[in-house]
Write a protein that binds this ligand. Structure first.
Ligand code: FES
Ligand code: FES
Length: 166
């Protein structure tokens, strides 16, 4: 990290509904800020160059690669991690479906996968299996072969649509 990226920047980020003020290195990635400064280790840092999706978190309503965004860029933003979505019960049905369909094995990809799935499901409607696969194409899973994950997302989409919920 060059000296410029070691410069400190004051940020105020709403994380899982709580305001967090911090002085961060200019070059610190959002995923490292969340894991190391805030102590939220649900999202993982793996490839650290935008390929695997393990670091996926929600920023201002969109799923984002935490390893491709600087913490300083998230100043003023609303960030949700898998911990916050879990505590709010927002993905309870999705998590239950992952368990019911054996859509996780080692679980390493699962936090990022859940955040990405949540983004798709919040759009409402019932995405096709191809659309689910397309949406999750940036989230790698080494274990499941994806079929069970698509099953889980499809089940939740249909259930929510049946209830009229988005
Ligand atoms: S750790 Fe961010 S995409 Fe892999
Ligand atoms: S469950 Fe192991 S990488 Fe997805």
């Amino acid at each position: 990290m060059t000296e410029m990226f070691r410069d400190k920047i004051d940020v105020e980020i709403t994380v899982n509904g709580e305001p967090v003020e911090a002085r961060v290195p200019a070059g610190q990635h959002l995923i490292d800020f969340l894991r190391q400064t805030v102590g939220l280790t649900g999202a993982h840092a793996s490839c650290e160059h935008g390929v695997c999706g393990a670091c996926t978190v929600e920023v201002d309503g969109a799923s984002v690669r935490g390893c491709l965004m600087l913490a300083a860029q998230a100043d003023g933003a609303e960030v949700w991690t898998v911990e916050g979505l879990t505590e709010r019960g927002r993905i309870a049905d999705l998590q239950a479906a992952f368990i019911a369909h054996n859509a996780l094995q080692c679980g390493f990809c699962t936090p990022g996968m859940l955040v990405a799935c949540d983004e798709l499901l919040r759009r409402g409607g019932t995405p096709s299996r191809a659309e689910i696969r397309e949406h999750l194409s940036g989230n790698y899973c080494r274990c499941t072969g994806y079929e069970a994950i698509v099953d889980a997302v499809e089940t939740v989409a249909k259930a929510r649509a049946g209830k009229g919920a988005a």
